[in-house]
Design a protein around this ligand. Structure first.
Ligand SMILES: *Cc1c(COP(=O)(O)O)cnc(C)c1O
Length: 452
């Protein structure tokens, strides 16, 4: 047995178990306390409180064991409390918790940056800077691109999601719930179409070409390519609906950026670190971003984020221009090294591809039975179904919410997403057992036959 193949929470049986209704009495009690003490803006997908989690299971405070198709929003790809994460983070906790990278630096930070240089696409010289959250990484990618180019404009895409800070709200497409009432937003942000095959008006065939042409036209005519510092895109759009841009779209946009001296930024915060069956989703089409932002899956659940990119771009900001008190915290760095060790040892890219094989087959079969499933899409363990009114492409957010609720009641953690709120997304930990995957899909199938 390799050191990474066991999880610290291995004592948690890998099985679904319902011992109370969902939510149980202890969760209800905690929810009442939450409502009294926590701002309501911090919503929850499920009304149950976690007590333990490992592998593909989350156990709640009432002793119910839920099958996890959410991984804390694509974070615990290596599983909760993965052995190498706990081992390395615990050792670091005992040695020191914080000195601040900007005061007396430490090796773990450097080692994470070395790993990022090795794992991200392209064999050019690379450097990284570490931060606490995805939004902070995206903000810093924009700072770096502006500093490098001396330009101000930033181009983003329909259905894009980049975070909840002021700048990243401006980069994010969807008003409710992310932006509503929170303006004014940062200036010099321009949004252009993305190649969304299922909803492209002329159909999926020419979607990549037409969407890229429209995007380029808008940038050239309305912004001026020479004013653009960065184009920021998710290689698979996450919160916006797990949209895979039609093949050919990303390379076209990357080429346009290159031809015009624009920094091409791949936001791989959700799609990175083995999630799609590759270290990074943009590898699928051989796209090499100038800068790449990572977070979520990087550290097995501890807060860490990074910007990695061409050394000459990363070195554009002056000394002291990048940083933050906690950025690249030593415990989070140790956890990241443990997570990366686990990904390599367990070959989690292969696991993600296997999850796709199992889940996509079942989801496609379900689509044949249920007209409400308009589209099945995604790669690796980043999969989704888009729900519509039968015979149309009208988004069915109500059905989506009802299905999620039915799954939750049956002990399956699923998340929704999408600009129209009509996408059910599946993001299991990559270490989930195949029996749990199958059982989760059975629950979804049952929910569909009762609701759709
Ligand atoms: C989650 C996410 C972010 C924001 O990350 P936080 O850690 O929540 O700030 C940015 N971009 C993408 C693509 C994301 O999925």
């Amino acid at each position: 047995m390799t050191s990474a193949s066991a999880t610290a929470g291995a004592a948690l049986p890998q099985e679904r178990r319902l011992v109370t209704p969902i939510p149980g009495p202890k969760s209800q009690e905690l929810m009442a306390r939450k409502n009294g003490a926590v701002a309501q803006g911090v919503g929850t997908v499920m009304p149950v409180f976690a007590a333990r989690a490992a592998g593909g299971v989350v156990e709640d405070v009432d002793g119910n064991r839920l099958i996890d198709f959410g991984a804390g929003i694509a974070v615990t790809s290596v599983g909760n409390s993965a052995e190498a994460v706990v081992r390395r983070a615990s050792a670091q906790l005992a040695d020191f918790t914080h000195t601040c990278m900007m005061v007396t630096p430490y090796e773990g930070y450097v080692e994470v940056c070395e790993q990022l240089a090795e794992l991200t696409p392209g064999d050019h010289a690379k450097k990284s800077a570490l931060f606490n959250s995805g939004a902070e990484a995206v903000e810093n990618a924009v700072k770096i691109a502006r500093s490098y180019t001396g330009r101000q404009a930033v181009v983003v895409f329909d259905h894009g999601y980049h975070g909840r800070t002021n700048l990243t709200m401006a980069l994010t497409a969807k008003d409710m719930p992310y932006k509503h009432g929170f303006g004014p937003f940062a200036p010099e942000i321009y949004r252009v179409p993305v190649a969304y095959p299922y909803r492209w008006l002329t159909g999926p065939e020419n979607c990549a070409e037409e969407a890229a042409a429209q995007a380029v036209d808008l940038i050239s005519k309305q912004v001026g390519a020479e004013n653009v510092a960065a184009i920021v895109i998710e290689p698979i759009l996450g919160e916006g609906g797990f949209i895979e841009p039609a093949p050919g779209f990303l390379p076209r946009i990357a080429q346009f950026a290159k031809d015009n001296g624009i920094v091409f930024v791949a936001d791989e915060i959700q799609s990175g670190f083995c999630r799609t069956g590759r270290w990074f989703a943009c590898e699928e089409e051989g796209v090499v971003p100038d800068l790449i932002t990572t977070a979520k899956g990087i550290a097995g659940g501890l807060p860490l984020a990074a910007v990695t990119g061409r050394a000459e771009m990363m070195d554009a900001p002056h000394v002291g221009g990048l940083g933050g008190t906690y950025g690249g915290n030593p415990v989070a760095c140790a956890a990241a090294l443990g997570a990366i060790e686990t990904m390599r040892e367990l070959d989690l890219n292969a696991k993600a591809r296997r999850i796709e094989e199992i889940m996509k087959g079942r989801l496609t079969a379900l689509q044949e039975k249920h007209q409400a499933i308009g589209d099945v899409r995604g790669r690796g363990a980043m999969l989704a179904i888009e729900l519509v009114r039968p015979g149309t492409k009208d988004p069915d957010a109500q059905l989506t919410a009802a299905l999620a609720k039915a799954c939750h009641a049956a002990g399956l953690v699923v998340l929704t997403c999408g600009t129209y709120g009509n996408v059910l997304r599946f993001l299991p930990p990559l270490v989930i057992g195949e029996d749990l995957l199958a059982e989760g899909l059975d629950i979804l199938e049952g929910a569909l036959s009762r609701n759709a």
